[in-house]
Write a new protein. Structure first.
Length: 351
């Protein structure tokens, strides 16, 4: 028998899946609690898949890849990536949510992020691997602003992952390829829209990074994500975005405008079904400004290693704490640590 895409969407929603994977001739699969699960035994027919591509604005006969948005019959909105696999039509759907989780429920360092979100200007980076919840973290930060402050917030994403309801704040949400050509163009345009806060979905190039830093310098709070695993890795990747001739000026700007970096991982919870957020974070102040400007990354790594305060913490301490509190298993903590020996020493209290 065949299963319709609407039936798969309903099943994914029922199981609170984060992603839905569909390929013609195959059974549907969903990511539930970080694990890939099969949704029944019935396969998706080619005609149904081709019809779905057309509804998303793609031609199943000529197109190869396309990012799109889709609204189900139940009014649920998704961001969609259409692609081919071994010649077959495929799609990955991620729900665009309107219910934004709060920082406490996500396990974020709430007091630190509230402080950062309360700043009148500056640059905040949230980093991590694809699928680790960077956009969800920033959405929860923006929702806190929405509930507590009167601000104009401009978001530029590819595509939007959350739809915000205006409360105390007012949102202008824009999608790349739908409302603007690129992150850089959307960011330039945002500066003429009288924003207090600008959220850039991803820093991908030197142009976007430069405009973001200049926006922070001219009195805006700028939030962005970057695909990097740790605080020092983030600073290295950001530095390497800039051409050599522009690097010194960019680093001077970064050292002055950076508020902080939050790097995160989503790890399997000890209960075997949930996911647990583990964070590393740096708040830029004092000596770290000089280290950033001079790209002295070992000093920053050492600073995080020996500091244990609400504003500065490395992954090692966070992993140890997660194991001690029973949120993740010892095996997960050990596997996620840079150095298993160092992790086990720290678990015994030897840092």
């Amino acid at each position: 028998m065949a299963v319709t895409i609407e039936q798969l969407i309903a099943s994914a929603e029922q199981h609170e899946a984060s992603d839905l994977f569909i390929t013609e001739g195959c059974v549907g699969r969903a990511k539930i609690g970080g694990r890939i699960m099969v949704l029944g035994d019935d396969r998706v027919e080619k005609d149904d898949m081709a019809s779905f591509w057309r509804e998303c604005g793609a031609d199943p006969d000529t197109d190869w890849d396309k990012d799109a948005a889709y609204e189900s019959g139940d009014g649920i909105r998704f961001r969609v990536n259409l692609h081919r696999t071994m010649g077959r039509l495929s799609a990955v759907l991620r729900q665009i949510r309107t219910q934004v989780p709060n920082m406490e429920s996500l396990g974020l360092p709430e007091s630190l992020l509230v402080d950062w979100m309360s700043r009148p200007s500056g640059f905040v980076l949230v980093t991590g691997a694809t699928g680790c919840g960077k956009s969800t973290t920033l959405a929860s930060c923006l929702e806190w602003v929405n509930c507590n402050m009167a601000r104009h917030i401009v978001t530029i994403e590819d595509p939007a992952e959350f739809l915000f309801e205006n409360k105390q704040s007012f949102f202008t949400q824009r999608e790349v390829h739908t409302d603007t050509d690129s992150f850089a163009k959307g960011l330039r345009s945002a500066l003429r829209q009288a924003p207090h806060i600008i959220f850039v979905g991803e820093i991908r190039d030197a142009e976007t990074a430069t405009i973001a830093l200049q926006a922070a310098e001219t009195g805006h709070l700028v939030l962005a994500t970057l695909h990097s695993s740790h605080v020092t890795d983030t600073l290295e990747r950001l530095t390497n975005l800039f051409p050599a001739a522009e690097r010194d000026a960019a680093l001077l700007l970064l050292s002055g405008q950076l508020i902080g970096i939050l790097s995160q991982q989503l790890l399997p919870g000890a209960d075997g079904t949930s996911l647990t957020l583990v964070c590393e974070h740096l708040q830029n102040s004092g000596a770290t400004r000089d280290w950033i400007r001079e790209v002295r990354l070992p000093e920053i790594g050492e600073f995080l290693r020996r500091r244990d305060d609400p504003a500065n913490r490395n992954f090692l301490r966070s992993l140890v704490e997660a194991v001690q509190e029973g949120r993740i298993t010892h095996e997960t903590g050990e596997a996620s640590a840079w150095n298993a020996h160092e992790f086990n020493r720290a678990l015994r209290g030897v840092y």
